[in-house]
Every structure is written in structure tokens, then in C-alpha cells.
Design a protein around this ligand. Structure first.
Ligand SMILES: O=C(O)Cc1cc(O)ccc1O
Ligand SMILES: [Fe+2]
Length: 415
């Protein structure tokens, strides 16, 4: 039975004991997408820089693109983070919506109001003590829903991607004919157990994101003073290696919605505010098929990132820690090299291994921020060239080769 998301938190002091909020300026971070000039071009970013100066998770937040308005509780934003410092006596919460965080490099140890979890890369969870997101080479997501306070601790330079949704929360996609099991299974989502610290007489900074702007307020105690909680509204993490991949096993290239890990639905059935989709290791077995993605134009904005390895449609040029954006109805698809390779390759069963790309796919038409356009200095001005060498292959006299036994072969039992 579905019930409204809620949690009861039993804490040492109520959260209301704090000084007034003050505006916090951070020029790289924004939710004001009306100010961003439209740009329909295919865009690709080289890997975003790791911090050159000391920066914690909040200081290292930068917005790449987005649409909508948190005041209207409608829209999405795509941010990246790059940090090399732990948040010390400092936490963050988002009053506007949910953050789905996808680390690309570096462990994140996260203190939350709901507790901490610690998982070493590839370790099966046994003891729940700290929250940690494994290193690149694996792939993990962690979701903080509206209002949840958290503090990110790092031990090495760390970088990742964030999908923010203003409308509602992420949920598992409907499995439809797949049935009861498959894709991301509910049992693999892990949540913290209650943990608290009773720390007084500190100068603690609570950073909030409210109506698209950042604020800070001071208090004299740790906000992680929740001694117990219950409910169904809590942060969670998910190891992308647990995703059960479903794909075409006969012919043709399936829509990437079959790789949806989580979706934030809109009020229109079948249309997502945003989907989080992965391109995980998998077998390719389709016959009579150009196996990489088709060339296409569609009614979604597609922001892609690469956690590790190579993406099938662009083996070069799309690097781990970088990104691409293909906007509504803007044509895109495999680069020339991928096209030529996949057009000639023998279609044996092949295992795509050692790779994890992902897509934040939104029905909102996203605009690129000033930081995304210029500030980050990572935009690849020559991206469009990767398609310019594609030539026509149309031959009006072409006839299909009979490479297989005809269907009337006596070997085949016909009904
Ligand atoms: O454009 C992309 O690379 C993402 C994508 C992958 C795919 O397999 C099918 C459609 C699609 O948009
Ligand atoms: Fe696409």
C-alpha cells in the first residue's frame, strides 16, 4: 500500500534552535534558468576540474544546466561537485527538492540526520556504521530527499554529478511486462540506521538551499542529534552493479528507458520530470542490427556523464568525469568512428565490460548556465566535428544477402 512519505525524528534538541538565515553567495551555483540564453547545439564537456584550492562539497557545487523554477516546484537542475575537504561542523539541506548524487571519483562518507552507512567498494553490507559511496570503477548513487541534512566527508579529491528535481521524489519505474523482478530491485536500496552525536558549544553552520539560493545559519550544536527515527522518508544509496539489465536478445536497439534506475514522474502518465538511466556492463547479442544507439531527435533533454570506461557511441572524446547535453529535437548519435566500427563488425555475442555511463533524461527543455557555457572552461568547441565525416551509404541497387537458411528450411518447425 502506498502512503505519503514521512519520517518521525526523535532528537535531543528541535531543529528550530538556530540563528537567522543569511544569504550565502556562490556564483557557480544557480537555479535561475530564465537568465540563461537558449543554445540548441550538441554540447560536450571535457572532464570537469578537481579543485585547485581547498573546497568542500558545498563550496564545490556548480550548476551546468536546468529548467523550471523551485518556487513553482517544477523543474530540474544538473550540478557537478568537486571537493577535496570534508565539511567540518557544517551540513547542507535542500528545501527545494531532491538531490540524486552520482560520484565519479572519490569516496564520500556522509553523515546524515538518519545515521551513517559505510560500505567499502564491492563489499557486501554487513555492519551499518558510516555512509560511503565507493570509488570509480563501480558506480553508486545516493539520494537526499527534500529537507534532509547531510555532511559530506572526503579523504581524497572527489568529483561527481547531481540531478536535482523540484517536483516530487524519485521512485522505481513501473516494470510493466517485465513483471515483479528486474532492473533496480527494492531490496538493494540501503538506508542508514539511527546514529547521533551529542555535541554542544560548537560553531555549527547549516547551509540551506531555498528557492534556488543558498543561505547559512549558525547554531551551537550538531544537527546530527537524532537518537531514533521511523518512517518511509530517508536517504538511501544503491550500487549500480546490482542493476539487473534487460535488453533485446533477438534484434534491434531498445529504447534506453529499459535502463531506468529511478524516475521522478510528472503528472502526465509516461512522461518523466527526469529519469536516471545507466548504461552498465552487459552482453550485446542482437542480430541484423546496428548495435549502438540510432541517430535520433527526440522530445527529451539528455544530459550524459561517464563514471568509468568508454561509452559505446563515442569511444573517444567522451571522457570519465566529463559530460554531454543533447537537447530537445537536436540530432545526435554515434560518432563517425563508432558508426564505421559497428557497421562492419561481426555480430557475435559481445560483452561490454568495464564501463558505466549514465543519462539524466528530462522532459524539461534545459538551458546551460553561464558556468556551464564559459565559467568551467571545459566546453569542447569541436564536438560537432565528430559527425561531419558521415557519408551517405545509400545504394538503390542493394539487395539483402541470403546469409541464413531460408525460413522454409525443413529444419524449422512451422506452426
Ligand atoms: O543519445 C545517447 O547516447 C543516449 C541514448 C542511448 C541509446 O542507447 C538510445 C537512445 C539514446 O538517446
Ligand atoms: Fe539520445
Amino acid at each position: 500500500m502506498w502512503c505519503l512519505p514521512f519520517s518521525w525524528l526523535y532528537r535531543i534538541r528541535p531543529s528550530v534552535v538556530h540563528d537567522p538565515f543569511k544569504a550565502l553567495t556562490q556564483s557557480t551555483f544557480t537555479n535561475d534558468f530564465r537568465a540563461c540564453p537558449p543554445n540548441p547545439n550538441q554540447l560536450r564537456w571535457q572532464p570537469f576540474d578537481l579543485p585547485k584550492n581547498p573546497a568542500d562539497f558545498v563550496e564545490g557545487l556548480a550548476t551546468v544546466c536546468g529548467a523550471g523554477d523551485p518556487k513553482a516546484r517544477s523543474g530540474v537542475a544538473v550540478h557537478v561537485y568537486a571537493c577535496n575537504q570534508s565539511m567540518k561542523n557544517k551540513c547542507f539541506y535542500n528545501a527545494d527538492g531532491d538531490f540524486l548524487i552520482v560520484p565519479q571519483t572519490g569516496d564520500l562518507h556522509i553523515l546524515t540526520e538518519f545515521g551513517q552507512l559505510h560500505v567499502q567498494p564491492r563489499e557486501i553490507l554487513v555492519v551499518q556504521v558510516h555512509m560511503s559511496v565507493p570509488l570509480a570503477g563501480n558506480g553508486m548513487l545516493v539520494t537526499f530527499q527534500q529537507g534532509m541534512r547531510f555532511s559530506v566527508q572526503v579523504s581524497a579529491p572527489s568529483r561527481g554529478y547531481i540531478l536535482e528535481v523540484f517536483n516530487t521524489h524519485f521512485q522505481l519505474p513501473d516494470l510493466g511486462p517485465i513483471g515483479a523482478n528486474g532492473l533496480a530491485n527494492p531490496r538493494d536500496f540501503l538506508s542508514p540506521v539511527a546514529w547521533f552525536e551529542d555535541v554542544d558549544s560548537v560553531d555549527y553552520l547549516v547551509v540551506s538551499k531555498f528557492q534556488g539560493s543558498l543561505f547559512s545559519s549558525r547554531q551551537d550544536h550538531s544537527p546530527f542529534d537524532v537518537v531514533a527515527w521511523h518512517g518511509n522518508y530517508y536517504p538511501y544509496k544503491y550500487d549500480l552493479a546490482k542493476f539487473m539489465v534487460v535488453n533485446a536478445v533477438s534484434f534491434d536497439h531498445a529504447d534506453p528507458s529499459i535502463f531506468t534506475v529511478l524516475t521522478c514522474p510528472s503528472n502526465t502518465p509516461g512522461v518523466a520530470v527526469a529519469d536516471f538511466v545507466i548504461f552498465p556492463p552487459q552482453w550485446s547479442v542482437q542480430e541484423h542490427t546496428f548495435r549502438p544507439p540510432w541517430y535520433h531527435r527526440n522530445c527529451m533533454s539528455e544530459f550524459m556523464g561517464l563514471l568509468y570506461g568508454r561509452y559505446q557511441a563515442k569511444e573517444e572524446g567522451f571522457a570519465p568525469g566529463g559530460a554531454s547535453l543533447h537537447s530537445m529535437m537536436t540530432p545526435h548519435g554515434p560518432d563517425q568512428e563508432a558508426f564505421e566500427k559497428a557497421s562492419c563488425v561481426e555480430l557475435r555475442p559481445t560483452k561490454l565490460e568495464g564501463t558505466m555511463a549514465f543519462m539524466f533524461e528530462s522532459s524539461f527543455s534545459m538551458a546551460v548556465t553561464q558556468w556551464g557555457q564559459n565559467g568551467c572552461s571545459k566546453l569542447d568547441g569541436s564536438y560537432y566535428r565528430c559527425w561531419q565525416g558521415l557519408r551517405k551509404n545509400f545504394d538503390p541497387n542493394w539487395k539483402p544477402q541470403q546469409t541464413e537458411e531460408p525460413l522454409t528450411s525443413p529444419e524449422i518447425i512451422q506452426s
